[in-house]
Design a protein around this ligand. Structure first.
Ligand SMILES: Cc1cc2nc3c(=O)[nH]c(=O)nc-3n(C[C@H](O)[C@H](O)[C@H](O)COP(=O)(O)OP(=O)(O)OC[C@H]3O[C@@H](n4cnc5c(N)ncnc54)[C@H](O)[C@@H]3O)c2cc1C
Length: 596
């Protein structure tokens, strides 16, 4: 990496530390350091899951008698049949493709209790309807079906409706709430929370406005039992249900309660689940209770509860990436009295994104905010301590912890697609799709789970909110026949310390050749160091831009430069397009308010 420090807008001065990353740093990656661990035990079941279906569906399915589940659990229950392990379809037969519609699906207040995301891809969340009786009407058929109740599906549904005003869309999600934004779970709900935020999931933003995490209210969705007959169409949401199987030939999905729904066009937007840490795989029961993998609302609530307990002293966070780093900052910011530790495998934070010097700067900033960082650390395991705390063993040191937060990346949820015969990208790990986000005939993908062809940057998979929105919108439009190729690069934004805002667009991989241009002006005035980092291909063409402590529309400039395949021949000239020297901006004002 090269860092150019410029003193003022007209002066391009001293180049320092022009050496590239050392090979060791280049080779470092999450995957190499933290291999995924085998499945954790199934999560505790909710009271609903006490209800047993009349036959053991799993056992029956094992026998692979037929494509569909062996019997209709609800019908069996009505008939007061015994639970059978060796049931045959004739015991309790359901007409092919016909949904049993018993009871109206009531609109309800967004509820978010569930199992948390520690489950493996196959394990149902406790809120899901695996093996339960049907509780709501569903259509036999929908023109547009979206699997996964997250950001990508939501925006795909919006795009479909934008193209076809009367389209009928059904989203199936295994969480108990309407689609919501995950970023506040590690940011706003810690920074701008009020005492009720844990339950209301609301916060006051920098402009003083009350916000919540939800993308829509419950009432926005058409009840699932009414979508077929809705004369102007709409978007329905089937919550608490997992899709267990996709049959792309008969264009049908199988739900966890045995029912099936036919579709014309299908979107798979199943997101990802937190990668497990193999070093904690054999940890005892107490330690496992102290581990938090942050992906969904119950995970956030578990962590918030631990931080709130009067005898909680220390939170230890494992992982040097975006989520781990911002979470360490957020916890320390909300709970300054807590001892917050972060365990990282190298010498700095965000090593997969930031060039080495800036990665070490990030570590410094975080430490300045009170987070204790254990760098070049090796995790050796964990055991329970005498007073009910977990002891994390790190490079020969014992870290007694009230919670061990593991944030070492995600695994895309591809099993459903793989079982349906769709191809999986062996390198990036997502469902293989073309530049129109199409994975098979009438099947599209979006969000964290999509591996797609980007005509500018090649085959990629990205795990960012804005990317989920962009690919969701694109896939939705293409499901209606638009046939547009991926072209608009998603961006991400985060705050990792009081003087460390990061926003970036394109390919920001620290293994690429990078050059950073930094200004000392802001620092001299007591502000944060400002830098713009250019990521280059071998031929010098720009593929990514990262801005440190800069705001405003410059991200669109960066996007344009990447699209135009600009060559980074004079980084300091290029840097003039970015607000390295700008005085106060409204965002800066906001930042000040935040810091107060
Ligand atoms: C705590 C946190 C903070 C983040 N902060 C940022 C940030 O600051 N900036 C940023 O750019 N990105 C951030 N991200 C990442 C961003 O939230 C994701 O990239 C985005 O949510 C991806 O959207 P998605 O729709 O692809 O997947 P998801 O949001 O994961 O949604 C997929 C949904 O599908 C469900 N599902 C899976 N399988 C099935 C099935 N078989 N049947 C039914 N439902 C199923 C899942 O349970 C989930 O509800 C953050 C993520 C987390 C967890």
């Amino acid at each position: 990496m090269v860092i150019l420090t410029v003193a003022a807008v007209v002066t391009y001065s001293n180049i320092f530390n022009p050496k590239k990353h050392d090979d060791h740093h280049k080779a470092a990656s999450h995957k190499e350091h933290h291999a995924p661990e085998p499945a954790a035990p199934p999560p505790a079941k909710s009271s609903h899951s006490e209800e047993k279906p009349c036959c053991d569906e799993a056992k029956c399915n094992e026998k692979k008698e037929e494509e569909k589940p062996c019997c209709d659990a609800e019908k069996c229950k009505e008939e007061k049949k015994e639970c059978k392990e060796d049931c045959k379809k004739s015991d309790c037969k359901k007409e092919e493709g016909k949904s049993e519609e018993k009871q109206h699906h009531d609109n309800e207040k967004p509820s978010t209790s569930g199992s948390g995301s520690g489950a493996t891809e196959d394990e149902p969340k406790s809120s899901s309807s695996e093996g339960k009786a049907h509780s709501e009407k569903i259509p036999d058929h929908v023109p547009y079906l979206m699997i996964g109740g997250g950001t990508a599906s939501y925006y795909a549904a919006i795009a479909v409706r934008g193209k076809e005003a009367e389209a009928k869309v059904l989203i199936i999600g295994d969480e108990p709430s309407v689609p919501y934004n995950r970023p506040p779970l590690s940011k706003e709900l810690w920074w701008y929370a009020d005492p009720k935020s844990r339950d209301t999931l609301e916060y006051i933003n920098v402009s003083g406005k009350r916000r919540d995490i939800f993308l829509e209210s419950d009432g926005w969705f058409v009840p699932t039992g009414e979508i077929s007959k809705a004369s102007h169409g709409g978007v329905s949401l089937l919550k608490n249900h997992r899709v267990k199987r996709i049959d792309t030939k008969s264009k049908k999905v199988h739900l966890d309660d045995g029912r099936t729904i036919r579709y014309d066009k299908l979107l798979i937007a199943t997101g990802g689940r937190p990668r497990k840490l193999k070093e904690l795989q054999n940890a005892d029961g107490l330690v496992r209770k102290k581990i938090v993998y942050l992906r969904d609302v119950p995970d956030y609530q578990k962590l918030e509860d631990i931080c709130n307990e009067s005898d909680t002293k220390r939170i230890t966070e494992i992982g040097d990436g975006l989520l781990g780093t911002e979470l360490a900052y957020s916890i320390k910011r909300k709970y300054p009295k807590l001892d917050v530790h972060q365990v990282i495998k190298g010498s700095g934070n965000l090593p997969n994104i930031l060039p080495k010097e800036l990665s070490e700067l990030a570590k410094f900033e975080l430490e300045s905010n009170g987070v204790k960082i254990h760098s070049n650390a090796k995790i050796q395991g964990a055991e329970s301590g005498k007073d009910g705390r977990a002891i994390l063993k790190v490079s020969g040191e014992d870290l007694e912890s009230d919670a061990i937060v593991v944030a070492i990346g995600i695994e895309p949820n591809v099993k459903l697609a793989k079982d349906a015969g769709l191809k999986i990208d062996p390198e990036n790990g997502g469902i293989l799709a073309d530049s129109e986000l199409q994975a098979a005939e009438d099947v599209y993908v979006a969000g964290d789970v999509a591996s797609y062809e980007d005509s500018r940057l090649g085959r990629r998979r990205a795990e960012h909110w804005n990317h989920a929105e962009i690919t969701g919108r694109l896939a939705g439009a293409n499901m209606t026949g638009t046939k547009t190729k991926f072209w608009y690069q998603g961006m991400f934004f985060t705050k990792l310390a009081s003087k460390l805002h990061v926003s970036a667009v394109g390919q920001t991989d620290s293994k690429l050749d990078t050059v950073a241009v930094c200004s000392k002006e802001s620092e001299k005035q007591g502000g944060a160091k400002k830098c713009v980092v250019f990521y280059k291909e071998k031929d010098g063409k720009l593929v990514g831009v990262l801005m440190l402590n800069m705001f405003g529309p410059a991200i669109d400039v960066a996007r344009r430069l990447i699209d135009d395949k600009v060559k980074v021949t004079s980084p300091t000239e290029l840097a003039k397009l970015f607000p390295l020297y700008e005085a106060e901006t409204p965002e800066k004002e906001d930042q000040k308010k935040e810091e107060k």
